[in-house]
Each structure stands twice: as C-alpha cells, then as structure tokens.
Design a protein around this ligand. Structure first.
Ligand code: ZN
Ligand code: ZN
Ligand code: ZN
Length: 768
C-alpha cells in the first residue's frame, strides 16, 4: 500500500508568501492533485509536505511557482524527497515560531476588484462596509506587530470574528481563508465622525454625512491605511486655500484622489504605463501631465504642469469618492515637516485647527506609512517616494550582506537594514529636522529589527556632522560598540543606482543634487565620480561658488544668483535690467560684503543651487517655500518651448587632476538672453541643454582617461524629467550606457541603500 503512495516531498518556500493567500492556494492545489500532507507558516518560510506519485508531485511543484497568488512573490523553493509517511488528508497546520528566523512581510495592498464589487453591491453583507478585505487585499504591514503573521499579532486582535466571518476564515476554499484582518459590519471595526472637539456628529450614515461636509467645502481628517490624510474638494479653490493656510503649506503641491481612471483621464494625460501603475495593487500617487481646462483648483499645484494623482486604495476611500462624486485632495495629515498622525487621539490633538471634522475608526494603525509617489519616465516607473505598497518589500542585493544599519541622510530620510541578500529599505520617514521625525525614525528602526530579526554589526552614516541621522548613528555605535563606517553622500547616491541596476564594475557617477557633505568639507552637489561599491574618487565637479548666508541662500535663490554673478562675472557686475535689480540695494550690498569677506559663505558645487540661481536670475522665482521650488518652476517653463535650441558655451579646466566646469559663460549667456528679451521658456530649455552637454563632455573626458563607458545618474536634481531625458540622450549619443533609478528614489530617499552597500565592502571607504 505504502509503495503506491510514491514519494514525499518536503518543500520550503521563501519570499512574500504570508498574508497573501498562499496557504489556501497550496491547500486547493493539493486538493486538485489529490495529494496528502500539510502546509504551515513558520517565522522563516512556508513549509509543505505532500505525498503522492512522482509525476503528480512534480506537477504540483510546477504549479506552485506558476500559479502562485497575485500578491505573493516567491524568492526561493527548496525540495527534499523522502519516503512517504502515509498521510490520509491535506491539512493546514499551526504556525510555527522559530528563534532568529525571519520572512518577508507584505506591504499593504489596494482593495481588490472582488472586494470592491462587494462594497458596492446592495445585496452583499459587506455593502458599504469600509473595512472589507480578503487574502488578495487590505492592510498588512501597517497592522503587524510581529511575525509570524497571524491575527493575534496584528491590531485586529481586539475584534472577535462573528460566526460567518469565522466560517470564511476557516474555509480553505473561501477567498477570506486565513485573511487575518477579515471583518464585517457585525464584528469588525467601525467608522465614527466627530467634530474638532471630538464630539460625535449627528447623522445615520457616516459616509453620507462626511461626504456632505466635503461637498460643502469642509476639511476632513480621514484615518487611512498608514496614517491620517487631510481631504477636501479638489475643485474648490476656497477649500484648497483654506487647507493650505491651516496646514502652513503655501505652495508645495498636494495629491488628489479620483474615483476612477476615466475621471483621471478627464483631468490628466495618462499613458499606458501610467495607467498600469495607477491601477496596480500598490496604487501609488503618480505624477501626470495636467490637462488644460481641467477644473481641479490651480492652487493644488501652483505653476506646475504635473498633478499627483491616485486611485482609491481602501474601501473607505472608494465609498467617499463615490458618494461625493468629486476629486478629493488627499494629503498627509500633518503640519508641514512633521510625521503623519496615526492614532485617533493624536490626530484630534495635532490636526486641531486644520481639520473641521475627523473621520475616525477603531482599527489601530501600528506603523506609519505615507503614500508612495512615482513618475513614469522613458516608459518605466520610477520611485520618487517609496512607502505604502512598496516598503518593507526588500531591494534584492546581488550578494549576501553583513547585518548593517545605514542611517541615511537628512531630507526625505529612509534607513536601510540588510540581512542576507535583502536590503530592507524603510518607508519614507521624512525630513529629519525635529524630535517627532527622529522618534518615528527610531521606532521604525526598532520595528524593522524585530520583524526581520536583524541585529546590525555595522552602522553606516553620512559625513555631515549636523545631520540628526549622523548623530544618532554615532551615539548608537558608541553605546553598543558597533563598527561605524562613514560614507560620502554622493558616493552613496551613485552606489544606490548601481546596485539596483546590478552593476558592480566601476562607473562614472554623475551626482547632481542640492546638498551633500564633501570629503573636503565643502558642500558638494555637482559631482563626477569614478565609483564602485567599495570606493570613489572625485574626478570632476561644477565650479565652486559661495553660498552666501548658508541656509538663507537655499531659501532665497536670488542670493545664489548674486553669488554666481559677482563671483564669476566680477564684483562690479551691474544688475541693470535684471529681475534682481528690484532687490533693495542694501541687501545686495550685504551679500556682496558676505562674499568679499567670506562670512558664513561656505563653498558649494551644488547643481541644485545652480538651477536655483538661473531661476531667480530670469525672474521665475527668487524665494521658495518648498524644497527645489525655483528649479522645478524653471523646468516647467521649458515645457512651453518648442524651438530647437543651442547650449550656452562652457569650459572644462583641469585643476590638480580634476575637471572643473567653468560656468561664467553660461551665466553671461543667460544674462545676455534675458536682456535681449529672449522668452524665459527658451532660456530655460537652453540651460537644461547646457547641463546635459556639460555632463556628456565631462564624461567623455573621464572616459578618455579611464576607458569607462558606463554612467550612473543619481541625486535629487535628476527628478527633473527634462534634464534626465536630455542628459540620457546626450550620453547615449556619445556611446555611453546610462544607468538610472527605478526602484529607489534618485533623491536622498535612496542614500541609505548606497551607504549599506559601501559599508558591506569596506573596513573604511577607500579611494579608487
Ligand atoms: Zn479583496
Ligand atoms: Zn463578521
Ligand atoms: Zn543627495
């Protein structure tokens, strides 16, 4: 009898295989093939034993990979064969917790089509239910406190399933089999609408009442998946302005949620790749070309040609969007610069004075996650902010890493924990400039260490002594006696780009960004590096100019314009006929003094500052209220230029073996064009071309010395699509292969990944 059973296969599956309907899938597959045995979750993997004849077991193994559930990602399957044990049925076994083992945790998943249909179907028992989910969708990492992923380890533990939900949960053939957050109106979380004092608002149907308030132009704080969002009517200029006033966010663009793809197409141009991204289970915010004539309030993204748009990704969002039949602003529930609020009490406290009403619920959020932001460039998605839907899914490393904590930079901070071939790049943490964000950073490190069972032996950090992340790294390293490895900011940028492209051999790294601490103590940001995973050498940079007043020059680009003009074109340069002429002459004089006496005027080669200067110089923007605003508005302008243009002349001088890009003629050319009334869009386009040509020429000269024909582009300035497009084209024309970002942001959100990789290969960062 036993021999007839053939063989027993013991299978271990690793990857995202928990919380995504993997066990029910295995159960059904085993039923289909009439195989006996069991399947169970452990803290490291999913384990399966099946027995049957050899051919059937083989077919089972093939299907296991080929037909796996949509949200699962199989990383590795190991099979060991032995003699059968004589199982008589197939069972789903108890989960098993193993010391030190870990598994990948699923990000949150947007509402699936089946669940969406249920909440809009009046005969369904989940009709209108805001917490509907199944094994193919719903909250995951935002409610998980520990692994293995089972209900008692989530914030759903306080809800006891009703008999009907329990039946679904227990039925291996049901879509909700072992769906940990499974719930219904009878037994699950519920909504509550309160005013700004926390008092319940009258009304039978919360969604209807909330929607009515939105339609009246009120601002609502809505408890979403990874935190609170602030919502208002996106077509109401008044509502948007009042949200801006209260949030103290003057002009930084706000995201909009629209009910359907058809609605989005009414307001924006949507390419095939963009549509796919919008409709993906990750459902990020996608930057889309904003159509002329759209009735979305201009104040949502003043002076920009792009609109950040997303589709509803929870049942609550679907219900609100349907009921209001309006596009809604959906922006992070915070005051500028603070992390998003996640708990009811916290929101009522922190968002008081911003929101008129609060749409609350009683399912706790364990981990804060902002919405992710993507753009599509060259037909491919590129991350600009990696959070909900993506983290904590790891970036796969082409090597086995030591356990490392890389603390990242300052703005748009993320950290990175590595183990084996996994780089757990954290969700977007935020700008590390206050206690609240530092606390969020520390708590999230704690959670990742616990979920992925990582005890770092090495800490990597940025050279900038004033970054809070650097201070944190140094303190932690000293306290726990860990090895500390500093990594230069732009080297980290370039390595992050190399590693996601799986390139190990040395490249020419072009790092254009705002601020990064240079190895020589100056502020870098227009760098050409010879780089690999171990080390780098600076082989070229944009000419240094002073940053008059330090941070003040970043907030006031006109200061940068003056610095460039006086430094490169002479102290006697006349501002006659330039927008800068409007400056109070006293201020221009003070800046001149600062430059002359080198008071609080550190040197910088920053490409970001050069864009700022040109923007101010031609009157686009002299002062900013969000990061890179002057440069972004300069880029937007060029979209209106259709003419074919030449680049401005520039020179590359060799100084001590390093190529220095001389910018005097560029600035002179911009001034001359402006004075001869060349339209600003043309000047902007010419300037973008110039930066692309500078890059191509510098890379050619580096290639002549080194033979390297591969260029990696990184740094926040490469979020500029026009620059990215022109630079890529100019480099390809010269025969270079060009590496760009896809998975991790080109901005400082990607720095921690690069730091981790450099630290893995070094005792200390080496000079190539
Ligand atoms: Zn679902
Ligand atoms: Zn129920
Ligand atoms: Zn940077």
């Amino acid at each position: 009898m036993l021999t007839k059973l053939g063989r027993l296969a013991r299978i271990s599956v690793r990857g995202v295989v928990q919380g995504v309907g993997f066990r029910p899938f295995i159960y059904r597959l085993a039923q289909d093939y009439d195989l006996k045995g069991w399947v169970r979750n452990t803290s490291g993997n999913v384990e399966i034993e099946v027995e049957g004849d050899e051919a059937t077991v083989n077919r089972f193994l093939e299907d296991l990979e080929a037909k796996a559930p949509p949200m699962s990602r199989i990383e590795n399957v190991e099979v060991a064969l032995s003699s059968p044990k004589g199982y008589t049925e197939f069972q789903i076994g108890e989960s098993l917790s193993r010391e030190g083992q870990y598994q990948l945790v699923s990000p949150d998943i947007a509402t699936c089509p089946d669940c969406k249909q249920e909440i809009f179907s009046s005969t369904d028992r989940r009709y209108g239910y805001a917490f509907t989910n199944c094994t193919n969708c719903g909250p995951r990492v935002t409610i998980i406190e520990d692994i293995p992923y089972d209900r008692p380890k989530t914030t759903m533990r306080s809800f006891k399933m009703c008999p009907r939900c329990q039946r679904e949960y227990d039925d291996p053939l049901d879509r909700r089999f072992h769906a940990q957050p499974n719930a219904c109106p009878e037994c699950g979380p519920s909504l509550e609408l309160v005013d700004s004092e926390g008092k319940p608002v009258e009304g039978k149907d919360v969604i209807k009442t909330a929607s009515q308030l939105l339609k009246e132009g009120r601002i609502l704080a809505v408890k979403g998946l990874g935190g609170f969002q602030l919502a208002c009517d996106a077509t109401s200029q008044a509502a948007v302005n009042s949200l801006r006033d209260r949030k103290r966010r003057l002009s930084k663009p706000l995201a909009v949620m629209m009910g359907t793809i058809e609605e989005i197409e009414r307001h924006c141009l949507v390419s095939e790749a963009e549509r796919k991204l919008l409709e993906s289970p990750q459902a990020p915010i996608v930057l889309l070309s904003w159509k002329q004539g759209s009735d979305i309030a201009r104040a949502i993204a003043p002076n920009l040609n792009y609109l950040g748009v997303m589709l509803p990704y929870t049942p609550l969002h679907h219900l609100l969007l349907k009921e209001t039949a309006l596009p809604l602003v959906m922006t992070s529930g915070n005051l500028s610069e603070e992390p998003i609020a996640k708990d009811n009490d916290e929101a009522l406290r922190r968002l008081k004075g911003i929101a008129d009403y609060f749409l609350l619920h009683n399912r706790d959020i364990y981990a804060r996650y902002d919405d992710s932001v993507y753009m599509v460039e060259g037909g491919l998605p590129q991350a600009l902010r990696r959070a909900r839907g993506y983290a904590p899914y790891p970036i796969f490393l082409p090597f086995k890493s030591k356990p490392i904590l890389a603390c990242g930079a300052e703005d748009k901070n993320t950290f990175c924990l590595t183990r084996d071939e996994h780089a757990f790049l954290s969700q977007h943490i935020g700008d590390m400039e206050n206690e609240e964000t530092l606390e969020h950073f520390e708590n999230t490190i704690g959670l990742y260490k616990k979920l992925f069972r990582v005890e770092p032996e090495i800490i990597a950090y940025d050279l900038h002594p004033e970054y809070l992340a650097t201070k944190y790294a140094l303190e932690l390293g000293a306290k726990e006696g860990l090895k500390l490895i500093p990594v230069q900011h732009h080297h980290a940028h370039i390595v992050s780009c190399m590693v996601e492209n799986n390139v190990k051999e040395p490249v020419i790294g072009v790092a254009f960004d705002g601020t990064g601490y240079g190895s020589d103590g100056t502020i870098w940001g227009g760098e050409f590096l010879l780089a690999d995973w171990k080390g780098f050498r600076q082989v070229g940079h944009l000419e240094y100019v002073p940053l008059p007043g330090g941070a003040a020059a970043i907030k006031k680009p006109y200061r940068m314009a003056l610095s460039y003009l006086y430094t490169l074109l002479g102290e006697d340069f006349s501002l006659e006929g330039l927008p800068l002429n409007g400056l109070k002459s006293a201020e221009a004089e003070i800046i001149k003094q600062q430059l002359r006496r080198k008071i609080n005027s550190p040197l910088t080669s920053s490409a970001g500052r050069l864009f700022d200067a040109v923007s101010a110089l031609i009157g686009v923007r002299g002062e900013i209220d969000y990061e890179a605003q002057a440069a972004i508005e300069l880029e937007m302008l060029a979209a209106d230029a259709v003419d074919k243009v030449e680049a401005y002349p520039f020179a590359i001088d060799e100084e001590g073996g390093i190529g220095v890009v001389k910018l005097g003629e560029v600035l002179g050319g911009v001034v001359q064009d402006f004075r001869s009334q060349t339209p600003a869009p043309i000047i902007s386009l010419k300037f973008h071309h110039t930066m692309a040509e500078i890059t191509a020429e510098m890379c050619q000269s580096i290639a002549k010395d080194t033979g390297i024909k591969q260029v990696a582009l990184s740094g926040g300035v490469f979020q500029n699509r026009l620059l990215l497009k022109l630079t890529t084209a100019a480099l390809k024309r010269e025969g270079f292969s060009v590496l760009t970002h896809r998975l991790v942001p080109p901005n400082d959100g990607g720095v921690s990944l690069g730091q981790a990789v450099v630290a893995n290969f070094n005792e200390e960062e080496t000079v190539l």
